[in-house]
Design a protein around this ligand. Structure first.
Ligand code: SF4
Length: 114
């Protein structure tokens, strides 16, 4: 793979849930270390990744991890109706839940009306 954009680099970083060493990342991206540094800097500046200092065999490098982003609250709404799963105490069988089916039906109506 040759990473052309920050999105390519972010996709590779996301594929390592425990993080990836910056000193390894450029090899995986198929770019040189300078280009990797530029891509990483942009991702850091935009808040898409976090960087933790790490020493490997006495050499300083960094572990890069995709930043956790808060859930978009709009994804929990169908119009003004909040998804019923929040604070639900029913015994859950997702595939058969009438509350969730109604909510999804409402969501489909809302999207159709936009
Ligand atoms: S799918 Fe239904 S039963 Fe399961 S958590 Fe959501 S509302 Fe509750």
């Amino acid at each position: 793979m040759t990473a052309e954009t920050e999105d390519d680099a972010l996709e590779v970083i996301r594929s390592h849930p425990d993080g990836v060493l910056q000193s390894e990342l450029w090899k995986e991206l198929g770019v040189d270390s300078r280009k990797c540094s530029r891509l990483v800097k942009k991702l850091l500046d935009d808040g898409h990744v976090e960087r933790i200092e790490y020493r490997k065999e006495g050499i300083k490098t960094y572990v890069l991890r995709a930043a956790k982003t808060p859930a978009d609250p709009n994804l929990l709404l169908a119009g003004s109706e909040l998804i019923p799963c929040i604070a639900c105490e029913l015994e859950c069988v997702v595939e058969e839940c009438p509350l969730l089916m109604d909510w999804m039906y409402q969501l489909a109506i809302e999207e159709f009306q936009e």
